[in-house]
Ligand binder design. Structure first.
Ligand code: FAD
Length: 516
């Protein structure tokens, strides 16, 4: 009993010492940070907003939130930690819109940089004088703002994400994929130049020709090598209208064959995606209101009887003066496909409405209290050669319902991805994005059940030798990260020691310990 008491007292003393040391550490960190000369400001009190993300499952409370008003604010904060050397425990997480799923933009007791504060730097569209227009945007700029600004010049970026209320730095740290990626590649393939603050506090410009190692490293680099403070993004002439269509298939192979045929032909459609519909009856009544069936009488005969359906979603851009030609071209392209003929649904919307389509769902879900719920999403890149097997096992067996979030499926061409970037994809020329976007809506499936199913999908894929890669990857061990990066791992580690030797950047990705 006496020994127990001694041990307990010893543990209490030890914990008190650690707590005291941490408190001293924090208070000295706070006072030294307060002394930094900044144009913006550091916030120490109200920091809870930076400890959350869209995933709604992880919460790490930072020590402070930096609201930079200039790039030099970011450089000063990082340089300050860099000069403190390896004994400083401070880490730095750039936070774009905080739409990560697993705490990737968070840091425990570190500094979160609220990148949207940098938006004050104006967007600059360069359209005159050259054949290749571009926009210079802050790393904290939202893609929706870029769309609005560039449209004033009749221009727009070439490659998008499905949802535009995300920041430039946030999507470029991953890849940025949507239905235009088959033609233009992901967003990281459409950037000419970046301005970066490295983990040593240096401000560097980089491009294909200047500091190219840093340029390629940062693209898809999960925030590990520097903070993206500015990006030069390629633009193209923008259409005004979009013909947006959906058709249904009962057979995955027929659906995939048509998707692959379409992404191989550069000129049929401007946007190609698709999704899976499992266990939905009364499908036609619940179809999006904006979509009308081409032939209402035939469409009403179609009964899915709760069977799994595959919906191909395509879009063709046009300007009002070439509508008739476009209609003819679309008709011809559709005639080559093998969907169930009564299930052609189409709609015409403005280009802006089309690109901002997910925001409409956001508003609806927010009004029902279903937006700020946990999102145990699973995003995968599946090689073409194993996609049928994956579909059979996952859509035909493991997934039994898609009413709590879409399951998006579409192929892209690897030739449009630059292998020198940090982004990781399967090796085959064609691979599929499979995004299983289930929400844990109160009263329906619980987070734990959804996570368990995600785990089953990963285990099934492993056993079947599917050879997939995670998109927006999340791992907890060094071994898993090594295997995720495969042949790119050594280079990734080398770049980390070169650009962030203290390992202070983006700790929420859990790839490296504080110092590599
Ligand atoms: P955050 O979550 O804030 O940050 C993500 C990571 O990037 C963190 O590690 C952070 O530290 C780092 N980071 C942020 N800003 C910078 C910077 N300036 N410099 C360096 N590192 C930085 N992705 C697609 O590709 N296609 C889609 O269609 C798509 N649709 C989506 C729809 C919704 C509703 C949601 C919630 C996400 C979607 N995503 C999609 C995923 C999205 O691209 C990523 O989650 C992205 O990281 C979110 O951007 P963010 O600005 O919120 O980044």
């Amino acid at each position: 009993k006496r020994n127990m008491l001694i041990v307990r007292s010893f543990i209490i003393l030890l914990l008190s010492c650690i707590a005291f040391k941490l408190a001293c550490c924090f208070s000295s960190s706070i006072s030294s940070l307060k002394a930094l000369p900044l144009v913006g400001h550091l916030e120490f009190e109200d920091v809870h907003h930076a400890s959350k993300d869209f995933g709604n499952r992880y919460q790490l409370l930072p020590l402070a939130v930096l609201h930079p008003k200039s790039v030099s604010d970011i450089a000063s904060a990082i340089r300050h930690i860099w000069t403190m050397g390896p004994h400083s425990q401070l880490t730095v997480a750039a936070r774009g819109r905080g739409h990560s799923l697993e705490g990737q933009a968070q840091t425990r007791h570190g500094i979160v940089i609220h990148m949207e504060s940098l938006q004050a730097q104006k967007l600059q569209v360069h359209s005159a004088g050259g054949p290749a227009p571009y926009v210079d945007a802050s790393g904290g700029e939202l893609w929706i703002n870029i769309l609005h600004e560039t449209l004033k010049y009749g221009l727009a970026p070439k490659s998008w994400t499905d949802y535009l209320h995300l920041t430039v730095g946030g999507t470029l740290s991953n890849a940025g994929i949507s239905g235009q990626a088959f033609r233009h590649g992901p967003q990281i393939s459409n950037v000419h130049q970046l301005e970066i603050v490295t983990g040593k506090g240096e401000i560097l410009n980089c491009s294909e020709r200047q500091n190219s190692d840093l340029f390629h490293g940062v693209l898809g680099g999960l925030g590990q090598f520097g903070i993206i403070t500015r990006a030069r993004i390629a633009l193209e002439p923008a259409p005004t209208m979009v013909k947006w269509m959906r058709v249904l298939y009962l057979d995955f192979s027929a659906f995939a064959r048509d998707q692959e045929r379409l992404i191989a032909a550069d000129n049929k459609f401007d946007y190609i995606e698709g999704f899976v519909i499992i266990n939905r009856t009364g499908l036609l009544n619940s179809w999006r209101l904006t979509f009308t069936p081409e032939d209402p009488s035939e469409a009403s005969q179609f009964k899915s009887d709760g069977r799994t359906l595959y919906c191909l979603e395509v879009a063709k851009y046009f300007k009002l003066d070439n509508k008739d030609i476009i209609n003819q071209e679309v008709k011809e392209s559709l005639s080559e496909l093998s969907y169930i003929s009564s299930t052609l649904f189409s709609s015409e919307v403005t280009y802006e409405e089309f690109l901002d389509r997910v925001h409409v769902s956001e508003i609806k879900l927010r009004s029902k209290g279903q937006w700020e719920v946990p999102h145990p999403w699973l995003n995968l890149l599946v090689p073409r050669s194993t996609m049928n097997e994956f579909a059979k096992g996952v859509f035909g067996n493991i997934l039994t319902d898609t009413s709590n979030g879409p399951v998006i499926v579409y192929p892209v061409n690897k030739s449009k991805w630059d292998n020198r970037t940090s982004a990781v994809t399967p090796e085959e020329e064609v691979f599929y994005l499979v995004a299983i976007l289930t929400s844990a809506v109160p009263g329906k499936e619980r987070v734990e059940e959804i996570l368990k199913r995600n785990q089953r999908i990963l285990e099934f894929s492993e056993e079947a030798g599917v050879g997939l890669k995670q998109y927006l990857p999340h791992y907890t061990t060094r071994q898993e990260w090594r295997s995720h990066f495969g042949g790119k791992w050594e280079e990734f580690v080398r770049r980390k020691s070169r650009y962030d030797p203290l390992g202070m950047l983006a700790p929420g990705q859990r790839i490296f310990d504080k110092a590599v």
